[in-house]
Design a protein around this ligand. Structure first.
Ligand code: IMP
Ligand code: MG
Length: 186
């Protein structure tokens, strides 16, 4: 296991304190990128004593592929109501940063008053490439991870901890064997 549910819970509390302190007295629009960030969002927003709205955004970045990242596409909604609002994008993983860059650009074009981003995990590739994010949960190695909302071909989101996907799953796909026993043990 890479990050246990206990460590996640502690870090989410701390992140929420940072976010609450920097938005104090302002109304917030949280924009979670579906579907990977939904468990993170649910935990994070319940620790935030701020006046807020939630406007979900569906983005397709991997189109079912694990290794090849394509250009992100906005699937939903057609138009966000963010003009003049303080927007906090919430995402699960910062990898190449392409998804976040595309979403930031869209929100700025819609004249948000401010656009910041909170990611639960940041991979080393994002650190090396200097991809900006304002609130970061954990720095992790460049491995493919699942659990706590994150998927491989739509599976494993329901795992309560964050785990590295076992190479045999990547080789054979998510459908063979007992899926929950195929997560790397370390
Ligand atoms: P980026 O555009 O390359 O930064 O990709 C970010 C998105 O890719 C995240 O929001 C995730 O949905 C997905 N992603 C990247 N790495 C992983 C991973 O290790 N596990 C699951 N999803 C991932
Ligand atoms: Mg995502």
């Amino acid at each position: 296991m890479l990050v246990s549910r206990r460590r996640i819970a502690r870090r989410v509390q701390a992140l929420a304190s940072e976010i609450a302190a920097s938005y104090r007295g302002r109304e917030l629009v949280m924009v979670p990128l579906l579907t990977g960030s939904m468990i993170f969002l649910a935990d994070l927003m319940r620790c935030l004593p701020l006046k807020m709205r939630v406007d979900v955004l569906a983005v397709s970045s991997y189109a079912g592929q694990m290794t090849r990242s394509r250009e992100p596409r906005i699937l939903y909604p057609k138009k966000l109501q963010v003009a003049g609002k303080h927007v906090l994008i919430v995402d699960d993983i910062l990898d190449s940063g392409r998804t976040l860059a595309a979403v930031r650009a869209i929100l700025r074009r819609q004249r948000a008053a401010s656009v910041r981003a909170c990611v639960l995990l940041r991979k080393q590739v994002a650190v090396r490439m200097g991809v900006p994010a304002d609130f970061i949960g954990f720095d992790i190695p460049d491995e493919f991870v699942v659990g706590y909302g994150m998927d491989y071909h739509h599976f494993y989101r329901n795992l309560p901890d964050i785990a590295v996907l076992h190479p045999s799953v990547i080789a054979t796909g998510p459908h063979g064997g007992n899926s929950h026993s195929r997560i790397a043990p370390s």
